[in-house]
Ligand binder design. Structure first.
Ligand code: BES
Ligand code: MN
Ligand code: MN
Length: 462
């Protein structure tokens, strides 16, 4: 381990430069205009995997963006760890809110990151966190110390719902066979409060359209007599939550797993400062489902949010128009036992039922995903715990996250294994937002911690 850590200490600057090169390629999976850049990113990764010493490096085509695979089979008697990550990123919009180019990485010091943080789209989610694994592997390989068999599977479609990864996993089930999946695509509570993610929320994502008259109309000539789809859509959306911020869709909460008093007390013991939280967001109060704390609202409770809404005239000045259409994108975060397809159906039926005469509504489901929970009494959890203890000097706290990584539940279904969600980012790193960043402290800490995970995992599995 000394050799491994020495290699990491000496390689730090190069590791940052390589990540910069990776961040310069705009691998936006959602926008077809970037398809070629997404492919270049896969090629860049494959090259770096070869350089790092992985074998069987391959770029697998899919109907969408490619999946990059590589492996190091040391000894079939050793346990096998499948490292999963994604090289695609969210669109950088809105561009004018970035202080430096989203694909021109720079290092800036901040109060939370006094050692500096890398600013770029994907710096944390997930290029930075994924690349840590390759550099940790390189260090172990160079030191001739790889205590497990390793497989890398890095996809380019996580941000669009991992649409082709499920089929890939099923098709190559044997090639991908493993004892556990390891990923870093989540966060820690703070740099001095390490934590391990033990839960992810599921997702149901829907697009709706409300249509009124067959064309845009003069709002003076027709206004007051013909349904305005934007007015109607606003009312319909507003009625999806009541005055206690409970979701009003009948049956929505039916399957929700209720935690015991003890479990709730335990989870609320995690360090969390509501005043700091509000101050960092410049809000005078939080708002959410009554009867639950902020930590609970962002982990064990389901939610409904409008992600985008459009229609009518939004150009310069005023145009008096009664629009013929209004649209919105709506997501619901789900918790254990809720089924994304069932929730999508409940939403669709209810939304259609509350539409007044005079408009037609269309409800189009997008991607969905199951929630996931991971146990803490397994070799893999204990290995992650010991690894973080070693590098942080503190025992990490298990914590459920509010985000979603739908493929995690599929790993369980197809490979029959659990995942370890050992992320190193911070919730304040602005993933999916302008000025996304990733602390150098976090990047290095991840690279240092990962080899210990393999070491302890191999020991505990003996
Ligand atoms: N890495 C995130 C998920 C995440 C973020 C988990 C923070 C825990 C903490 C992932 O890339 C992501 O953004 N997932 C999407 C879902 C996907 C289907 C588009 C999400 O959570 O919105
Ligand atoms: Mn991610
Ligand atoms: Mn993401």
């Amino acid at each position: 381990m000394e050799k491994v850590q020495k290699f990491i200490t000496e390689g730090k600057e190069r590791f940052v430069q390589e990540l910069f090169d990776l961040l310069r390629i705009p691998s936006v999976s959602a926008d077809p205009a970037y398809a070629n850049d997404v492919r270049r990113t896969a090629e860049f990764l494959a090259e770096k995997m070869n350089d790092a010493g992985l074998d069987q490096v391959e770029i697998h085509e899919t109907p969408g963006h490619p999946i990059v695979f590589g492996e190091k089979m040391v000894d079939e008697k050793l346990p096998t760890v499948l490292v999963y990550g994604h090289y695609d990123v969210q669109p950088p919009d809105p561009l004018d809110l970035w202080e430096s180019g989203p694909f021109e990485p720079v290092i800036k010091k901040t109060a939370i990151h006094p050692e500096g943080a890398i600013y770029a789209r994907g710096a944390c989610d997930d290029k930075g966190q994924m690349y840590m694994h390759l550099k940790a592997f390189e260090a172990m390989n160079t030191a001739g110390n790889i205590p497990v068999n390793l497989k890398f599977m890095i996809e380019g479609e996580e941000e669009v719902g991992s649409v082709n990864l499920g089929d890939f996993c099923k098709k190559y089930k044997d090639k991908l066979a493993c004892d556990v999946v390891l990923l870093s695509d989540t966060s820690v509570i703070a740099n001095d409060v390490p934590s391990i993610t033990v839960g992810l929320r599921g997702l149901s994502y829907i697009e709706v359209e409300v249509v009124g008259a067959n064309r845009d109309l003069h709002s003076g000539v027709y206004g007051g007599a013909v349904a305005n789809p934007i007015n109607i859509l606003s009312k319909m959306i507003a009625s999806l939550q009541d005055e206690n911020n409970k979701i009003t869709i009948p049956g929505f909460y039916d399957d929700v797993e209720e935690l015991s008093k003890e479990e709730r007390t335990a989870m609320n013991q995690a360090p969390f400062n509501l005043e700091q939280y509000k101050a960092s967001l410049e809000i005078d109060d939080v708002l959410g489902e009554s009867g639950y704390t902020t930590l609970e609202r962002t982990s064990i409770r389901p939610t409904l949010d409008v992600n985008g809404i459009w229609g009518g005239y939004i150009g310069e000045g005023a145009k008096t128009v009664l629009p013929s259409k209004a649209n919105a994108k709506i997501s619901m975060r789900l918790v254990p036992n809720q089924h994304p397809d069932k929730i999508t159906k409940l939403f669709k039926d209810y939304f259609e039922s509350i539409a007044p005469l005079g408009v037609r509504v269309k409800v189009e489901p997008h991607h969905g995903g199951f929630p996931a929970v991971t146990p803490t009494n397994t070799a893999e959890y204990k290995a992650a715990e010991k690894a973080m203890e070693t590098t942080y000097g503190k025992t990490p706290i298990p914590q459920r996250s509010g985000g979603s990584i739908p493929i995690v539940s599929l790993f369980e279904e197809v490979f029959g294994v659990k995942s370890v969600l050992m992320g190193f980012g911070l919730n304040s790193d602005d993933i999916h937002s302008p000025n996304e960043h990733y602390g150098l402290f976090n990047y290095y800490k991840g690279i240092e911690t990962i080899p210990y995970f393999f070491k302890y995992y191999a020991e505990l599995k003996k």
